[in-house]
Ligand binder design. Structure first.
Ligand code: GDP
Length: 452
């Protein structure tokens, strides 16, 4: 993702500024110019970049800062906040409610990934227990219905469309009515892709919207659209009341800055991003963790909070240090299990790491998860210090596994299952390797600031 380059350029600019002995007007200007250049290169609209620069300068008035203030921190924070502000229009989008029918209409340019995204959106909700349905109101593009039908069949999602009917309004209305009767709670209407010059298609989109009265209109945008994003997004917003944005193809070589512009143009939040062609390559979008990652800070805002909640104060720096070294040993797993059991509600730190909560600690089955963790700990009690402190998976050979099983009165199969769990976790935690750990004392301030 080229957005990572933008993040890299911005964090380099901040780092350079931090290296300066004295931070004065000149150093600040240089840093802001660097950031401006990076944002423009990433296709963020010029006007937005200028606004951001002015805002930062307004907030960071070096003359007014009393001596003793941490100027670097203030500047870094201002940049973080401004980027968040660009991506966060300040009002959440409509959130559909499970069990209550909502009509969601998808609009966007042809080729933006709209039809694919409709299915991804439906599939995402279906996995969470919703009853989604897809309506193909795209009568303009030959093959649109077949594509939707194919996607929907693969995901086992009911669909509605027609090969013969040419009036999209009619299909949309019939589809919505059909699925309302079938008690579907998420009725997704896919419309024809259009270009901002195509006045007739815009009129058609307006009519579909008027007839189906969607609870939410989602504007789907290809992240590679570049500087044109602002105008395109605005054109859609002027015809229908866009309430949310989904940015697709974030996995490609796109510069991605267009996403920022689309948010500004539609004053609507980005709710998901598409990260591949497959059905499950689709992620919920959260502004603060995204900007944290963009600035190379890792996902500290959420992660640090969880660490503070769950891990005792005196263990925090040590744990973070070990993780940044990429050393996730069985002993760390043991200690974290201890913390989790002490905490009561299980899995708070780990729940934000992909794959952990759903597999080891599924929601609603806390008791079972707790029993499982206790079982794992009993087995680990039969391990030697060498085994607990090693991060080398090869150490655990058959004879060691058999000894642990005997010692803990458990089956070999169970020991192997526990070691598999460890390996899976170690893989996830290895992503923490190389993360910059804030210095002692800065830690809580940083996470507080991030969440301010
Ligand atoms: P529509 O014309 O807007 O309905 O676009 P389609 O849904 O037909 O998608 C156009 C192309 O983009 C297809 O080849 C999709 O597989 C591809 N596509 C959609 N979303 C993504 C994404 O997030 N990443 C990648 N790499 N390709 C995507």
């Amino acid at each position: 993702m080229v957005l990572a380059q933008l993040g890299g350029s911005i964090s380099r600019a901040i780092q350079q500024m931090s290296n300066a002995t004295i931070i004065d007007e000149k150093v600040l200007n240089e840093c802001l110019n660097e950031i401006t250049r990076a944002l423009l290169q990433a296709d963020v609209q010029f006007k937005l970049v200028r606004e951001m620069q002015t805002n930062i300068k307004k907030i960071v008035n070096l003359d007014d800062l009393a001596a003793g203030h941490n100027k670097r921190r203030i500047i870094q924070q201002a940049i973080f906040n401004e980027l968040c502000k660009m991506l966060d229009p300040g009002k959440p989008s409509f959130t559909p409610k499970k069990g209550k029918p909502s009509v969601i209409m998808f609009v966007g340019l042809q080729g933006s990934g709209k039809t694919t995204t409709c299915t991804k959106y439906a599939y995402y909700h279906q996995k969470k227990g919703w009853k989604p349905a897809l309506v193909c109101a795209d009568t303009f593009r030959a093959g649109a219905f077949d594509q939707l039908k194919q996607n929907a069949t693969k995901a086992k999602i009911p669909f509605y469309g027609s090969y013969t009917e040419s009036d999209p309004v009619r299909i949309a209305v019939e589809g919505v009515e059909t699925f309302k009767k079938e008690n579907c709670d998420l009725i997704i209407v896919d419309t024809s892709g259009r270009h901002k010059q195509e006045a007739a298609l815009f009129e058609e989109m307006r009519q579909v919207s008027e007839a189906t009265k969607p609870d939410l209109v989602i504007f789907v945008m290809d992240s590679s659209i570049g500087q044109a994003a602002f105008d395109q997004a605005q054109a859609f917003k002027q015809s229908v009341s866009v309430g949310a944005v989904i940015v697709t193809k974030m996995d490609g070589h796109a510069k991605g800055g267009g996403a920022l512009s689309a948010v500004a143009a539609t004053k609507s939040p980005v709710i998901f991003i598409g990260t591949g062609e497959h059905m499950d390559e689709f992620e919920v979008f959260d502004v603060k963790p995204f900007v944290s990652r963009l600035l190379g800070m890792g996902d500290w805002s959420g992660f640090m909070d969880k660490i503070h909640e769950v891990v005792p104060m005196d263990q925090q720096p040590e744990l973070l240090q070990k993780l940044s070294e990429g050393n996730f040993t069985l002993r760390i797993m043991y200690e974290q299990f201890q913390n989790i059991l002490k905490m009561g509600p299980i899995g708070q730190v780990f729940s934000m790491l992909p794959g952990f909560s759903s597999e080891l600690m599924p929601k609603g089955r806390e008791k079972e998860s707790q029993a499982k963790i206790k079982r794992y700990m009993t087995m680990m009690d039969s391990m030697t210090n060498e085994e607990l402190d090693s991060s080398n998976p090869k150490l655990m050979n058959d004879s060691r596994i058999m000894r642990i099983a005997r010692g803990s009165g458990r089956q070999v199969r169970e020991v192997m299952e526990m070691l598999e769990e460890y390996k899976r976790l170690a893989k996830i935690w290895s992503k923490m390797k190389g993360l910059k750990i804030p210095k002692k004392g800065e830690m809580s301030a940083l996470s507080r600031n991030m969440n301010a």
